[in-house]
Design a protein around this ligand. Structure first.
Ligand code: ZN
Ligand code: ZN
Length: 335
């Protein structure tokens, strides 16, 4: 079987879509990342990047004459992470199964926010007009989402473990959650592990003085870290003509992202959530700034595809490094 963990970027822009001649290289769509783990598709956020992804998935379903089963994880529910959802083609197919997870204090919160986004005053079609079989579940930091070999379920990890595999199910995808408070309203950081390879998705987060140590611990030894790097140093500090300081806005500089990657000893670092006002050469400068601190850094662009192969931690170094064992879950611990 194909045991590469595939990551593809469909939208890498933050805050609002930024089409135009100046953003062709990195793209103008807002946050959306596709992860493929042994044929299972996990989508991170539903910015406008989910619209072309949806078209691609729909085409695939028609060609292969089968229904789709998809998982969608929301980091948080700000506009730039939800605005593509009403245009997500597979949600309009009755034979699609869509497992949606995200933050929220009560079980209905996530669904209520998405319903509100599609109220009749603001959008012609409601959630009920999307005939896919959808489940919406607000999850907590203490829980672990599992896409097992036969079903999707949520387990408690209140015992303090950090499981990344399921007993007897080597093909299970295990998703852990870290709630970061370094963004207005909070944001979920996800760690997705499959067959020993891990991707950490840390968008919409701001660095702290001396680093975000909880995030460093959560991202420890991940093969790939996708980290917010919205602002240049000058912009962040308010030294860029025409731009106010963005300290406290809940976004990072390239240096903050690189610091986390270096301290957590991750494999590759992908800079994400580019400022919509930044033309391509500004984003390229962000990339160079990160590379001086963490050489294996790249800025995400639409269409960027990364394949994590067993044993390879880094594209630059091709180093194989033993990973710590975070323990395992028992099957069926449905709550
Ligand atoms: Zn955002
Ligand atoms: Zn946000």
């Amino acid at each position: 079987m194909n045991d590469e963990l595939k990551i593809k970027f469909w939208g890498a822009r933050g805050s609002y879509p930024a089409p135009g001649a100046g953003t062709v290289k990195y793209g103008g769509n807002t946050s959306c990342v596709e992860i493929n783990a042994g044929g299972r598709t996990i989508i991170l956020d539903a910015g406008t990047g989910i619209i072309p992804l949806g078209r691609e998935l729909a085409k695939r379903a028609v060609q292969e004459k089968r229904g789709l089963e998809l998982m969608l994880l929301f980091s948080h529910l700000h506009h730039d992470h939800t605005q593509g959802f009403p245009f997500f083609a597979p949600a309009y197919f009755p034979n699609t199964r869509l497992h949606v997870f995200g933050p929220g204090g009560a079980p209905e919160t996530l669904k209520q926010v998405l319903e509100r986004n599609q109220a009749s005053e603001t959008f012609p079609l409601s959630l009920r007009d999307m005939p896919a079989a959808k489940t919406f579940e607000s999850v907590r930091e203490s829980q672990v989402i599992v896409w097992g070999e036969e079903k999707v379920w949520v387990a408690e990890s209140a015992w303090g473990g950090r499981p990344e595999r399921v007993e007897g199910q080597p093909d299970a995808v295990v998703i852990r959650i870290h709630k970061s408070h370094a963004h207005p309203g909070g944001v979920y950081v996800y760690r997705i592990t499959w067959r020993g390879k891990s991707v950490v998705y840390a968008t919409d987060t701001e660095g702290y003085v001396g680093m975000d140590r909880k995030l460093v611990a959560f991202a420890r030894d991940a093969d790939l870290l996708i980290h917010d790097a919205q602002y240049s140093e000058k912009h962040y500090r308010g030294e860029l003509a025409g731009f106010p300081s963005t300290q406290g806005y809940g976004h990072s500089t390239a240096a903050m992202a690189a610091e986390v990657a270096a301290a957590a000893e991750t494999g590759q670092l992908i800079l994400f959530h580019h400022d919509p006002a930044y033309p391509d050469d500004w984003v390229a400068a962000q990339e160079s700034a990160a590379q001086t601190l963490f050489p294996d850094s790249r800025a995400a662009h639409e269409g960027l595809e990364i394949r994590l192969k067993p044993g390879f931690r880094s594209l630059l170094n091709n180093v194989a490094k033993p990973k710590p064992d975070f323990g395992s879950l028992q099957d069926g611990s449905k709550i």
